[in-house]
Design a protein around this ligand. Structure first.
Ligand code: PEP
Ligand code: MG
Length: 622
């Protein structure tokens, strides 16, 4: 099904679109797809961050360009305040999106940055303007109508007034008001709730931004891949894409305005390239590469039942990270020896209410039963930061610094009902198989003790009710993903049953680099000596205390890190299912003694560049 072409753009919007189309200068270091530069026949090449490998070729679907159907609904007087909260949340989200686009536009060259900057400044101004927001608020309060309808009605009146003006410049402003209004409506309607199932199979989704919740709605049998203007390589959208095996490129300069609905698009997630309207030669080259990748994947799938043992006989355990329950079949097929990290956020996404204990129990049982005799590590809710959940209302969007705010275990301990429900579901599912419980964002011993006490009281309550639960109680482990936790690993090892290193957040918090922010993505580096020392410290603390330790951050599934991870002493890695066969193949070719020596050499270094060189040299030679 084709989407409508975007409505005709105003002069300034057209200018901005042209500006975006030009995009940033092409870096010489990047591969040139089949030697094809943008040409006069319509092929355009855009660059961004290749966050999920693979090649997708298909027809574009513009996520945000479709017309929005708004249904007017009467609300009760008692619903007005909640409706105004929704409006505030949608406006905050809109401001955040425009600010991100503006930061992106600043990196463009010449007049493109200036022209787009003006346009986005105007959008920001409107989003803060009292006349627009006051008008919408009055409609909600005075006419008791839903926020979406109030926005549409208000922008209708304002843009009509502009359209009737003699001055051509002012007439154009009417269209901008409309664009701003539509952005608010999309955020109000939480466009992320609307799935992608209506698309033609193989469609390429193009959007300003795709959230983790949007990605959760993508079915790889329908969506071929996606590309967005915004997003960093280690954010959850990227992780989710890798998990689903969807080729994706984020942070693409010039994308919006550079692609139209129904354009032919290639997403090269391995090299961070998006080709729009490719030439015949470029298309043929990418088809050939795609087939070669498919053959390689097929060959690797033969390793399914091969144990991951190094050349010198050291056994390693490879487990899968699950974002969504539907990935469990793939994890089993890839030969995962358990689930090293089940992110329970999926249960809370794309909905306005909270999942009940029964619903959570059923979802967990399905996964535990699919992994008989193998451990399933279920993490309590890690919501907040970039992982927003609508079911928690506007709180997160408004927090001044969400990554450092009330999130993950802090939220769970502040809202013990939330944690109790999760624990109850985990205890009940634990009666059906081997389940372990993992606590995210732990920074103190006190948090672990408090969580353990809540777990014990939930267990007592369930037993009293005669409910069958895990016996003995499941092991309770902690994520090491805050620098303070890594440095206090000895103390945490006294109260935790196991550790799981979350290198994604550990890198973000150690280096103060937002993992989901493309403008600082080049500074995000787990090979920074500061990050490696914290990882090493945590591993040694676990080994001293004789508790199991694994790595479940993205470095676990990155071949470049395999020798270093193992050389530092870890024997258990958990990663996205798609990465598992390649990591296994790397382990089969690795000599653990040599990897350990190289890790020691690396840990003597102070410079991230030297560390990279030492690691890459080792990888090339072995
Ligand atoms: C991590 O931070 O490394 C991790 C595994 O957790 P998440 O990516 O879900 O924050
Ligand atoms: Mg984390």
């Amino acid at each position: 099904m084709k989407t409508k072409k975007p409505a005709a753009k105003t002069k300034s919007a057209k200018g901005a679109a042209r500006a975006l189309k030009t995009g940033p200068a092409k870096s010489k270091a990047r591969p040139d797809p089949a030697g094809q530069q943008p040409d006069s026949r319509g092929q355009h090449v855009f660059e961004g961050l290749g966050v999920s490998p693979g090649i997708a070729i298909g027809i574009s679907h513009m996520r945000d360009s479709g017309d929005i159907q708004v249904v007017e609904r009467q609300i009760g007087k008692d619903e007005i305040s909640a409706e105004l909260d929704r409006l505030r949340e949608a406006v905050t989200k809109s401001l955040r999106q425009v600010a991100k686009l503006k930061a992106k536009a600043a990196s463009f060259h010449g007049t493109a940055a200036e022209e787009l900057g003006y346009l986005l400044d105007a959008h920001m101004h409107m989003l803060k303007s009292r006349s627009l927001l006051g008008g919408i608020t009055q409609r909600i309060e005075g006419r008791c109508c839903n926020a979406e309808a109030a926005v549409m009605a208000e922008i209708g009146v304002i843009s009509k007034n502009f359209a009737e003006m003699d001055d051509a410049y002012l007439r154009m402003r009417g269209q901008e008001v409309r664009e701003v209004g539509l952005r608010i409506v999309r955020n109000l309607a939480n466009a992320s709730f609307s799935g992608f199932d209506h698309l033609e199979p193989g469609s390429i989704v193009i959007a300003e931004e795709i959230t983790p919740a949007d990605t959760a709605l993508m079915d790889p049998r329908i969506v071929g891949g996606f590309a967005c203007a915004i997003g960093g390589a280690e954010g959850h959208t990227a992780i989710m894409a890798r998990s689903l095996g969807l080729p994706a490129v984020l942070g693409v300069g010039g994308l919006i305005g550079g692609v139209d609905s129904a354009d032919k698009v290639i997403v090269d997630g391995s090299n961070g390239i998006v080709v729009v309207n490719p030439s015949a030669a470029c298309l043929a080259d990418y088809e050939r590469r795609r087939k070669a990748m498919e053959r390689e994947t097929k060959a690797l799938s033969r390793l399914r039942n091969v144990a991951p043992i190094t050349r010198d006989g050291i056994r390693v355990t490879l487990q899968a990270n699950l974002e969504l329950p539907r990935e469990i079949g793939q994890a089993v097929a890839a030969g995962a020896e358990g689930i090293g990290l089940l992110r329970t956020e999926f249960l809370f996404m794309n909905r306005d209410d909270l999942p009940s204990e029964d619903e959570q129990t059923a979802a967990l049982i399905e996964i535990v039963e699919a992994m008989p005799g193998r451990p399933v590590t279920v993490r309590t809710l890690d919501i907040g930061g970039e992982k927003l959940a609508t079911s928690f209302g506007p709180h997160f969007a408004e927090a001044p610094n969400p990554a450092l705010g009330l999130r993950a275990i802090r939220l769970s301990l502040k809202e013990p009902k939330l944690l109790e429900t999760q624990f109850a579901a985990m205890l009940r599912a634990g009666a059906k198989g081997q389940l372990r419980i993992l606590l995210p964002m732990i920074s103190t011993v006190a948090e672990v003790k408090e969580a353990r006490a809540i777990l014990a009281s939930v267990a007592t309550r369930l037993k009293r009710r005669g409910v069958k639960i895990a016996n003995p109680l499941p092991p309770l482990g902690v994520m090491i993903e805050i620098p303070g936790a890594a440095l206090a690993a000895d103390a945490l090892a006294n109260v935790a049953d196991f550790f799981a290193i979350g290198s994604n957040d550990l890198t973000m918090y150690t280096l103060a680099i937002d993992r989901g922010e493309e403008s600082v993505a080049h500074l995000y580096n787990p090979l920074h000596p500061g990050v490696l020392r914290l990882i090493q410290f945590a591993i040694q603390a676990a080994l001293r205390a004789r508790i199991p330790i694994s790595i479940c951050g993205e470095i676990a599934g990155d071949l470049r890190f395999t020798a270093l991870n193992l050389g530092l002493g870890v024997r258990e890695l958990s990663m996205s299912t798609n990465a598992l066969p390649r990591v296994k193949s790397r382990i089969l070719n690795l000599d653990m003694q040599a990897a350990t020596q190289r890790a020691h050499m690396i840990m003597d270094q102070f410079d991230a560049g030297r560390i990279s060189a030492l690691l890459d040299d080792f990888n090339e030679a072995s």
